[in-house]
Write a protein that binds this ligand. Structure first.
Ligand SMILES: Nc1ncnc2c1ncn2[C@@H]1O[C@H](COP(=O)(O)OP(=O)(O)OP(=O)(O)O)[C@@H](O)[C@H]1O
Ligand SMILES: [Mg+2]
Length: 518
């Protein structure tokens, strides 16, 4: 890991020692160059300077742009720069934090100590432990695994820097914990990731979409990295057309990479052959873009597989979703939820379905907290009857008030994304209660972003054009889902407990969203 000849020193070497020392206090790039012997390339430099300037920085990148390396330089600078500093490093894969991020930090600190020993400018960094480095004046760099969001709290009144590596797969509770600390003091967040499949709708995704007001964002695609820079002066970069015109012979142009440890010409060339430019992995790993062409399903098969195997304890209270339907055409469906554990379903196409539905529901009556019933069309009559019969009915409609109208087109979409987050965050357990028909409705649901930047579910009419039935079974599952009415329902303590805790997060640590299959 030598110096790169691409990174330009932050300032000319003829500066005096005083000038260098003045620069390193305000500029992590100068610090890296002088104190760590690390020369950064253009986007690495821009990234570090952005973090100094902005409280929240999200960086989406293609494969191997030196994102993690830049994080390591930044961690060293922050540690050096502020007494009572806290650098908290996390990621969905502990293996990555422990065996990729921290070794880079130790390597840079070693390099700096050596520079100091040789009589140059360097920092006598403490050696520390594998994922915990403590220095004088209460300085600290700490790796925290994502098993327990609580551990991210309690760092108030310090100079706090959170670094999320592979942040696209960080679960919501971790983001919430980091955001919670931001209220107090000097707190900055850097989130770095390849915008992979499955990260659509995640907090990382939102930083580039709905939440972009509160984030400074940056993107690096492969064609704007050092190995694609034209040798001539200026800002020119080679493009895909140029790459494809090259002779792929071994040792040829594809293997002439000025900075071989960053994304190489050959790698991009081969991925183009392997995946083609329409593949979501091309979007993500080469273009540094969120995949769009195929990743528009609300719930993936992987979501369902994971939730089927997940052990979720059963809540005492039951919530029910009810989607009434007229005789003959659609199905009248009901779905029970025992907290976040999916319960049984009832469905019928008979003319007197409602009467039968009530008979079936009667045996659960004492445990039922509420029944979310679609009040549209025939539903309005059903809602009235349920009220008359003293069932705890909660009328719902796709056009109900949306709590975050800038993000979601309608209440239906907002609820659907709450459900998706329940899958993402590992809250939901399906057990054996998901039938094939409901499963197929779940995985064929699509969403899109409209021209106002709102997320919208595919209308039923468009679904019908794709030859798919109206998703009645999904409807009732969604209407009863307890997580979509957070803040409305008073959750009793322990309701759905044991579902969001350590085991759940731990289970997805290694694969996270990375493994979402295609
Ligand atoms: N400025 C630099 N100077 C020296 N080595 C560097 C520099 N930037 C990156 N590297 C090295 O290049 C390799 C790739 O960098 P790094 O792991 O930081 O990339 P990344 O963008 O995080 O990759 P991934 O997409 O796999 O997460 C590593 O071995 C790293 O040490
Ligand atoms: Mg990395």
């Amino acid at each position: 890991m030598g110096r790169t000849n691409q990174g330009k020193p932050a300032f000319a070497d003829r500066r005096t020692t005083e000038e260098k020392l003045a620069a390193i206090a305000i500029d992590p790039v100068a610090f890296g160059s002088v104190m760590l012997g690390a020369e950064l390339w253009r986007d690495q430099r821009a990234l570090l300077r952005a973090v100094v300037k902005h409280k929240r920085v999200a960086y989406k990148k293609c494969h191997a742009t030196g994102g993690t390396f830049a994080e390591a330089v930044l961690a060293c600078w922050w540690f050096f720069r502020y007494p009572r500093s806290r650098v908290i490093i996390t990621g969905p894969s502990w293996n990555n934090v422990e065996n990729v991020v921290f070794p880079l930090i130790h390597h840079l600190m070693d390099q700096s100590r050596r520079l100091a020993e040789q009589g140059g400018l360097g920092v006598p960094f403490p050696t520390g432990f594998k994922t915990e480095i403590r220095g004088d004046q209460d300085r600290m760099i700490l790796g925290i695994s994502t098993d327990n969001a609580e551990r991210f709290k309690g760092f108030d009144r310090t100079h706090l820097l959170y670094i999320g590596d592979e942040a696209n797969a960080l679960k919501t509770p971790i983001w919430e914990a980091m955001e919670g600390s931001q209220a107090a003091g000097h707190v900055h967040v850097l989130a770095v990731a390849q915008p992979e499949l499955g990260s659509i709708g995640s907090k990382f995704y939102r930083a580039f979409h709905e939440d972009r007001d509160s984030w400074h964002t940056m993107t690096t695609d492969a064609f704007h990295t050092p190995n694609f820079k034209k040798p001539s002066r200026g800002n020119g970069y080679y493009d895909l057309e140029w790459l494809l015109a090259q002779d792929p012979v071994e040792g040829g142009v594809l293997d002439q990479n000025p900075v071989p440890y960053l994304v190489t010409r050959r790698w991009v060339y081969e991925k183009h052959r392997e995946w083609g430019p329409a593949h979501p992995w091309w979007h993500s790993k080469v273009a540094g873009a969120f995949p769009t062409s195929m990743d528009d399903s609300l719930i993936s098969l992987t979501h369902i597989e994971e939730a089927t195997n997940r052990d979720v304890s059963e809540g005492q209270k039951i919530t029910v979703g009810m989607d009434p339907a007229g005789a003959g055409r659609d199905e009248f469906t009901m779905r029970l939820w025992y907290g976040y554990k999916l319960g049984p379903q009832w469905a019928s196409q008979k003319p007197d379905a409602f009467g039968h539905a009530l008979i079936w529901l009667e045996k659960y009556r004492s445990r039922i907290d509420w029944i979310g019933c679609d009040k549209g069309g025939l539903g309005s009559e059903i809602v009235k009857q349920l009220e008359d019969l003293k069932w705890p009915v909660r009328p719902m409609h796709a056009q109900d008030v949306v709590s975050e109208p800038e993000k979601y087109l309608d209440a239906q979409t907002e609820r659907a994304f709450a459900l998706r987050r329940g899958f993402d965050d590992g809250l939901i357990g399906l057990g054996g209660n998901l039938d094939e028909k409901t499963a197929s409705q779940l995985v064929t649901l699509r969403w899109t972003v409209n021209n106002k930047g709102q997320i919208a579910m595919e209308p039923n009419a468009a679904r019908k054009r794709r030859g798919l039935p109206s998703p009645d079974r999904f409807q009732s599952l969604l209407l009863g889902y307890p997580g979509s009415t957070r803040g409305v329902v008073d959750f009793e303590p322990g309701y759905g407990s044991g579902t969001g805790g350590e085991g759940v997060m731990g289970g997805s640590q290694m694969g996270g969203m990375r493994g979402r299959s295609w």
